[in-house]
Design a protein around this ligand. Structure first.
Ligand SMILES: Cc1cc2nc3c(=O)[nH]c(=O)nc-3n(C[C@H](O)[C@H](O)[C@H](O)COP(=O)(O)OP(=O)(O)OC[C@H]3O[C@@H](n4cnc5c(N)ncnc54)[C@H](O)[C@@H]3O)c2cc1C
Ligand SMILES: NC(=O)c1ccc[n+]([C@@H]2O[C@H](COP(=O)([O-])OP(=O)(O)OC[C@H]3O[C@@H](n4cnc5c(N)ncnc54)[C@H](O)[C@@H]3O)[C@@H](O)[C@H]2O)c1
Length: 496
């Protein structure tokens, strides 16, 4: 084999590609990462980092406006987003990858046959490959919608001015997070959702969030379908990515009209597989066009692997990274490690909704396969929530036999931070007694998890046969004390 033969060819320089390539290189594999745009991917440039910064800026702006009436300086908000990206970018840069032993090639990759690919016409030979090309925003295909007034999670960051009226089509995490951020910055925001809001989450948690979004001024239209778009009047229109005459009027199925200066499409993602040459490689797709993998992240071709948003796995940065690392080590070392299905998720709205493992709220979801039981603590009983003046939300554990923690949902302030403990509990099959026994600092938001565990353990102790056992122990102790009380008092006879 030639000296140019690559052990692992990684296509895509987002989280999955970067982590997969670093893992492979650290295991001694000759690794080449090919990225067609810029390393860092969605998370750094158009996803997690800008959206979390925008949410923080919007929360600060809303507080300032409440106290001083000061208007939002959108340029400063944009600058804050840019500087957060700039601070994190070096970690994902080609220089950092090369320092970790990964070769980096900038260009568009296309597979040309088994073990062969081209990067902008330049041939590359490889033993194995990892596909990590991510996913792009879906286009719901609304007839008549003006592209000049439409943004997605990729282009919303280019808006030069704050839109006066923003219509958001979609009701997933992108719609909720960006919708709330823009409302707090001062836009009039309407969410138009085909399903209910955040359909994967516990409905009681969604109720808490819905109320908070409405309090922030969002108008939420659920189970609503946009049939068509038309031009609403004409004249000066604010906040357009590329201004044109006349704002947008969205016509919904029930005849409602929603007027907007900018429309944000947030209706899910489509995997980036077009033009990759997967046919030439023989890699199969599933019914939704995602690269099909087994639980070891092997595609239909045993030497080709896939990870991240291009697969059917939940679309999160942490799972993209963990999965890619697993795929790379399986590929390079010939291991047979399988993916973890307990993938945590957080929607970073205020309040946050965080969940892991078995779904809670199964009764309201109408799901028969719910956990054995649920244990809920309202945050009106969490002292830190009271001291902070924000008692919205609850912590709910999904429990199996013997108090085993199967999953949980937390809705409230810092829910994402408190979820870490539940991730550990689910992963390592902890019970409520394990959590109960671990002392937690007071007062913290994680008291929600602790209090729920304590309540569960107390209830268990109050039920037979444990109740009979504890009552029996107390009776024995009482009898011993009474016996020793009747004897003369001395050190030797002190009750033990
Ligand atoms: C607005 C928003 C907010 C989000 N917030 C969060 C969050 O808070 N927490 C969280 O966990 N997740 C969040 N996500 C999801 C997260 O961003 C993604 O799950 C993650 O970035 C996926 O990483 P990836 O490596 O699979 O794909 P990507 O990051 O999309 O990387 C794929 C890369 O492949 C490149 N590529 C594609 N085709 C080719 C080709 N033919 N040749 C060469 N290169 C190619 C692309 O240019 C891209 O750089 C958010 C997403 C969005 C849209
Ligand atoms: N905090 C996070 O971890 C985070 C944040 C943002 C995005 N993400 C990930 O990015 C991915 C994309 O997020 P998303 O919110 O775009 O997608 P999504 O698939 O999670 O939600 C799409 C929503 O749009 C609605 N919808 C679909 N078509 C519609 C239409 N034509 N009209 C009206 N509503 C329609 C659906 O009912 C659903 O509520 C998700 O997989 C998500 O996990 C994660």
């Amino acid at each position: 084999m030639g000296k140019d033969m690559i052990d692992l060819l990684v296509v895509g320089g987002g989280t999955a590609g970067i982590v997969g390539a670093q893992t492979a290189a650290s295991l001694g594999a000759r690794t080449l990462l090919v990225e067609r745009a810029r390393t860092g991917g969605d998370c750094l440039w158009t996803g997690c980092v800008p959206s979390k910064t925008l949410l923080a800026a919007a929360s600060d702006a809303a507080r300032l406006r409440r106290h001083t009436g000061a208007p939002v300086d959108f340029d400063r908000v944009r600058e804050r987003v840019r500087s957060a990206i700039a601070a994190i970018e070096p970690v994902d840069s080609p220089a950092a990858l090369e320092a970790a032993g990964v070769g980096v090639l900038l260009g568009n990759l296309r597979f040309t046959g088994p073990g062969r690919a081209e990067v902008d016409g330049r041939p590359v030979a490889f033993r194995q490959a990892l596909i990590a090309t991510g996913a792009a925003p879906a286009d719901p295909g609304i007839p008549g919608l003006d592209p000049g007034r439409t943004v997605t999670s990729e282009t919303v960051w280019d808006l030069a001015r704050l839109p006066r009226r923003l219509a958001v089509v979609g009701g997933g995490p992108v719609a909720c997070e960006l919708g709330q951020a823009f409302a707090r910055l001062g836009s009039e925001v309407t969410l138009i959702v085909r399903s209910g809001l955040l359909p994967a989450e516990d409905p009681d948690a969604v109720d808490v969030l819905r109320e908070a979004l409405v309090a922030d001024g969002l108008r939420i239209l659920e189970h609503a379908v946009v049939r068509a778009a038309e031009v609403e009047g004409s004249g000066d229109v604010e906040g357009s990515a590329s201004p044109v005459d006349g704002a947008v009027r969205l016509r919904l199925g029930d005849g409602t009209a929603v007027d907007a200066d900018v429309v944000l499409l947030a209706t899910g993602r489509v995997p980036r597989t077009a033009g990759l040459g997967l046919d030439a490689l023989g890699v199969g797709l599933d019914e939704a066009g995602r690269v099909a993998t087994d639980t070891r992240l092997r595609t239909s071709v045993p030497t080709v692997w896939a990870a991240g948003d291009v697969t059917s796995r939940p679309r999160h940065t942490h799972s993209a990274g963990i999965d890619a690392s697993l795929a790379a080590s399986n590929a390079v070392l010939g291991l047979r490690r399988r993916v973890d299905d307990a993938i945590p998720r957080v929607t970073f709205t205020s309040p946050e909704i965080a969940a892991v493992g078995a779904r809670t709220g199964a009764r309201r979801h109408g799901s028969p396969a719910g956990p054995v039981s649920e244990r809920t603590v309202a945050h009106t009983h969490v002292d830190r929530a009271i001291t902070d003046g924000d008692t919205r939300g609850f912590t709910r554990l999904a429990l199996g036999r013997g108090g085993r923690i199967l999953g949980g949902t937390i809705v409230g302030a810092r829910a994402g931070e408190s979820l870490g403990e539940l991730c550990l509990a689910v992963r390592h099959r902890h019970t409520t007694a394990d959590v109960f026994q671990a002392m937690h600092p007071y007062p913290t938001h994680s008291d929600g998890v602790w209090n729920a565990a304590i309540a569960d353990v107390r209830d268990r102790l109050a039920k037979p046969p444990l109740a009979a056992l504890t009552r029996g122990l107390a009776a024995v102790r009482r009898a011993r004390l009474d016996r020793t009380r009747r004897k003369p008092v001395g050190l030797d006879s002190a009750p033990r």
